[in-house]
Design a protein around this ligand. Structure first.
Ligand SMILES: Cc1cc2nc3c(=O)[nH]c(=O)nc-3n(C[C@H](O)[C@H](O)[C@H](O)COP(=O)(O)O)c2cc1C
Length: 147
């Protein structure tokens, strides 16, 4: 059976939202929600959290989401991705979240985003990441109509 999957994100300028929507599209069945929405984390098996990086930090709404649900998150499979204009800085932010909250991640990624006319987004890389999650945590589809 496929895991019940939640993808939580927030965005200021749209790039993290776009990345989240590519991941959701690849996974197929996933509940896509903004970090400020109330959600019952306990009812999910796999939780993907995505945040853009502003001044080396995640968005506050995403941090609040993690803090509100920390106990539940520690019992779940958690994937984290950060989005920035520098992979090095996005990695720094991701590592900081991981160590600050002590969440054990099943996998993680840093993606490049966009800012005004600078667009470093790599849709293929994002979709490949999502496909790997799917291969690892989702069951293979059974051929139908064989009876
Ligand atoms: C004020 C400001 C601070 C930023 N700080 C960082 C940063 O510390 N590290 C980084 O990699 N990108 C930084 N960025 C770039 C954003 O992370 C990037 O534009 C990202 O794609 C924005 O995501 P969003 O469109 O989902 O809001 C900054 C952008 C702005 C405007």
């Amino acid at each position: 059976m496929n895991p019940k999957t939640l993808l939580i994100y927030d965005t200021k300028r749209g790039s993290t939202e776009m990345i989240a929507s590519w991941i959701a599209e690849e996974l197929g069945s996933v509940d896509l929600k903004r970090a400020s929405e109330e959600v019952d984390v306990g009812s999910y098996d796999l939780i993907i959290v995505g945040t853009p990086v502003y001044n080396l930090r995640p968005l506050e709404t995403v941090e609040r989401f993690i803090e509100r649900n920390l106990d539940a998150l520690k019992k779940k499979k958690v994937v984290l991705f950060t989005v920035g204009l520098s992979k090095r800085l996005a990695r720094f932010c991701l590592n900081k979240i991981e160590s600050k909250y002590g969440i054990k991640l099943v996998t993680e990624a840093v993606f490049l985003g966009k800012l005004g006319f600078i667009n470093r987004m790599d849709e293929k890389e994002v979709r490949n990441f999502a496909r790997k999650i799917k291969e690892t945590f989702y069951s293979k589809e059974e051929p139908s109509g064989t009876t």
